[in-house]
Design a protein. Structure first.
Lengths: 303, 286
C-alpha cells in the first residue's frame, strides 16, 4: 500500500472533514463584515463623517442579525443554540466567539435601532462603543476557530489566518459602505477596501509560502477555483475603487460589489481548502511521518 | 499515573484511570467487539456496504461505529524460506476512541457537552450536545462524527435527523456498575484488554518485549507514551506495522497545544485592524 512515498489504509482519510455546511463560510464573511463595519462606523462618527457612520452602522447591524441565524441553522440541534452560553470556556474558540457575537450583535443592532428612532443618544453611544470594542475580535476569532483543529491546511496556517480574516473583514466593510455612500463622503471606506485587498493578498501569499507543499491545496479543485475568483474579483474591484471610485458613483458601487464578492470567495476558498486537506491522507500522514523520522534520527545520533 | 485534563477535579469521587490496551497481534478479525458495542449501546444500523477492502465493510470509526476492525493485507518476505519468496500477511486491528490525556474534542467543545469522567475517560453528554460539529475536525484521529440518522425519541418532533455527535463512551454506564466495557467482555482472544491504565502499560511493555525477542520487527506500542503529542492515550495499541498502515496518524498532536499562541496572534491582528481603519481616515473625506 505504498503510494507516492507514504502509506495509508486503502487511501482513506485519517481525520474527518468538517461537517459544517454553506452557512459557516458565509458566516465568516458576514461576521467579519459586521465586526469591521462597527469599527468603521464609530471612527467615521468621531471624524464627523455622519453619512458614512450611519451607513456602516446599518450594514454592521444587518450582518450582525444574519450571522447568528446562519450559525443556528448549521447546528445539528438548532433548538439547543443557547447551550453555547451555558459555559465560559477560553479553551474553545467557538464558545468565546459565541459570547463575542452576543455582545457585539446585541450592541450594534441596539445602536442601529436607536439611530433609526433618533432616541436615547447616550445609550446609542454606549452601544456603539461596545460594538467597536468587540468588532475586531468578532472579525478575527474565526481565524483562530479553524486553526484550532487537526485540519492540516488550517492548523499550519495558524500564524496568518487571523490576520487574513482581519484584512478581509476590513476590505469588505469598506467595500460594502462604498455601495451606499456618495463619492465625496466615501474616501475612508474606499481606502480601507483597497488597503484591505492589498494586505490580504500579501498575507495569503505569505501563508501559501509558509505552508510549503501543503499550500498546493489552495491551487487545486474547488479551493483553487475559489482562490482565483477571490483574487480576480478583489483585485478588479480594488483597481476600480482606486482609479475611478473618487469621482464616479457607479465605479464606486461596482468596485464595492466586486470587492465584497471577492471577500466572500476568499472565505469559501479557505473553507474548501480545509476540507480538501482533511480528505487526503497524504497531508496528514506525510508531515507526521517526517516528524517521527526526524525524532528517531536525532535519538540515534544522540546515543 | 498521568493526569488526564479535568480528571483531577473529582477529588473524593475520582476513580482509578482506566482504559484499553488493544493488542493487535492476537486479533483474529471476528468483529465481536463491533457487534457487542452496537448491541450494548443501542447504536442504530447505518447501512450495509461492500467495500472490497479485505474484510472491512465498517470502513471507519464514526457516529454509528465506535469499534472498527481494520484489515490490512500485505505481501511479506517469508523469512523461514530465505529465498526471497513472499506470502500474505493479514493484519487486524480493532480501533476505538483513544480517550486522550489531552483531548482536543473536549477542549474545543463550546457547550461543555464533552466531559472528562471520574474514570479519566472522555464522554459526550447527549442531552447537552447541540451538534455544532467543532469536535469533528478537532480530533486528530477522526473519531467523532455527527449522526445523520433518524432522531431518537428524546428529541423534539420537528427534528429531521439526530444531528448530534456520538462516540465511544468506554461504556460509562457499565463502568458505573463495576463492569468492563462490552467490547472487552466480548473479545474472545483478549486482544482488547480493559483495566487500570498503569497496569495495562506494564502488560503492554512485557508483551512488546516478548514479540520483539521473537523477531516481530515492526511491532510497536502506539499511544503508550505519556510524553507524546496528546499526553498518551487512555486506549492504546500494540501494532505490528506503522500506525498509518492501519489508518492512524503517526504523530498526533492536540491542536489546543498551540491555542495560547493563536489567541495572542489574534489580539495582535484585531489591534492592527483598529489601526488600519483609523489610518483609512487620513487623507480626508473623498
Amino acid at each position: 500500500m505504498s503510494e507516492n512515498g507514504f502509506r495509508s489504509y486503502y487511501g482513506r482519510p485519517v481525520i474527518k472533514e468538517p461537517t459544517w455546511t454553506w452557512e459557516i463560510p458565509t458566516y465568516f464573511f458576514t461576521g467579519g463584515l459586521a465586526g469591521a463595519s462597527s469599527v468603521l462606523s464609530t471612527t467615521a462618527r468621531l471624524t464627523g463623517n455622519e453619512r458614512l457612520a450611519r451607513t456602516s452602522l446599518y450594514i454592521g447591524a444587518v450582518a450582525d442579525i444574519v450571522s447568528p441565524a446562519l450559525l443556528i441553522s448549521d447546528l445539528g440541534r438548532p433548538e439547543r443554540f443557547h447551550h453555547m452560553l451555558r459555559v465560559v470556556k477560553v479553551r474553545s474558540p467557538m464558545n468565546v466567539g459565541s459570547w463575542v457575537l452576543l455582545v457585539s450583535g446585541a450592541s450594534s443592532t441596539a445602536a442601529a435601532a436607536l439611530e433609526l428612532l433618533g432616541r436615547l443618544k447616550r445609550v446609542e453611544l454606549l452601544a456603539e462603543a461596545a460594538a467597536t470594542l468587540t468588532g475586531p475580535p468578532l472579525a478575527t476569532y474565526t481565524g483562530v476557530l479553524i486553526a484550532d483543529t487537526a485540519v492540516p491546511v488550517w492548523h499550519e496556517g495558524r500564524h496568518e489566518l487571523a490576520w487574513i480574516f482581519a484584512a478581509s473583514a476590513a476590505a469588505s466593510a469598506g467595500a460594502a459602505a462604498c455601495l451606499f455612500v456618495p463619492a465625496r463622503e466615501a474616501g475612508p471606506a474606499r481606502r480601507l477596501a483597497v488597503a484591505g485587498v492589498l494586505a490580504e493578498g500579501l498575507l495569503m501569499q505569505t501563508m501559501e509560502l509558509r505552508l510549503g507543499k501543503l499550500g498546493e491545496v489552495y491551487r487545486q479543485g474547488a479551493a483553487g477555483r475559489l482562490s482565483w475568483a477571490a483574487k480576480g474579483l478583489a483585485t478588479a474591484g480594488a483597481t476600480l475603487l482606486a482609479r475611478r471610485g473618487g469621482r464616479s458613483r457607479a465605479a464606486l458601487a461596482a468596485g464595492g460589489a466586486l470587492v465584497c464578492a471577492g471577500e466572500l470567495c476568499l472565505r469559501w476558498a479557505v473553507f474548501k481548502a480545509g476540507s480538501q486537506s482533511a480528505h487526503d491522507p497524504k497531508y496528514v500522514v506525510e508531515p507526521q511521518r517526517r516528524r517521527v523520522e526526524q525524532r528517531l534520527g536525532r535519538s540515534q545520533t544522540g546515543t | 499515573m498521568t493526569v488526564a485534563d479535568g480528571w483531577e477535579t473529582y477529588a473524593d469521587e475520582q476513580q482509578e484511570r482506566v482504559g484499553f490496551f488493544t493488542d493487535t497481534s492476537v486479533c483474529i478479525g471476528c468483529k465481536a467487539c463491533e457487534v457487542a458495542c452496537k448491541e450494548w449501546n443501542a447504536i442504530p444500523e447505518d447501512g450495509l456496504a461492500f467495500t472490497g477492502h479485505s474484510y472491512d465493510n465498517t470502513v471507519q470509526l464514526d457516529a454509528n461505529s465506535w469499534r472498527h476492525v481494520a484489515f490490512v493485507e500485505q505481501e511479506q518476505p517469508l523469512r523461514a524460506n530465505g529465498d526471497g519468496s513472499t506470502g500474505l500477511r493479514w493484519l487486524m486491528e480493532s480501533d476505538v476512541c483513544k480517550h486522550c490525556t489531552h483531548a482536543a474534542c473536549l477542549d474545543v467543545c463550546p457547550t461543555g457537552a464533552l466531559f472528562r469522567t471520574e474514570f479519566g475517560t472522555v464522554v459526550v453528554q447527549q442531552d447537552v450536545c447541540n451538534g455544532c460539529g467543532y469536535c469533528v475536525p478537532a480530533c486528530p484521529f477522526g473519531v467523532l462524527d455527527k449522526r445523520h440518522l433518524a432522531p431518537a425519541p428524546d428529541l423534539p418532533a420537528f427534528a429531521k435527523e439526530d444531528g448530534r455527535v456520538w462516540k465511544c463512551t468506554l461504556c460509562y454506564d457499565r463502568l458505573k456498575g463495576g463492569h468492563e466495557p462490552a467490547c472487552a467482555k466480548a473479545c474472545p482472544t483478549k486482544s482488547i484488554q480493559f483495566g487500570p491504565l498503569d497496569e495495562l502499560r506494564e502488560r503492554a511493555d512485557a508483551r512488546l518485549e516478548k514479540l520483539t525477542a521473537a523477531g516481530a520487527d515492526g511491532a510497536q506500542l502506539y499511544g503508550r507514551d505519556p510524553e507524546d503529542g496528546v499526553g498518551g492515550f487512555g486506549a492504546f495499541f500494540l501494532l505490528l506495522d506503522d500506525p498509518e498502515v492501519y489508518g492512524l496518524p503517526p504523530d498526533p498532536v492536540v491542536t489546543t497545544r498551540d491555542l495560547p499562541e493563536m489567541w495572542t496572534n489574534m489580539l495582535a491582528a484585531a489591534a492592527a485592524m483598529l489601526v488600519g481603519v483609523a489610518a483609512a481616515f487620513v487623507g480626508g473625506r473623498s
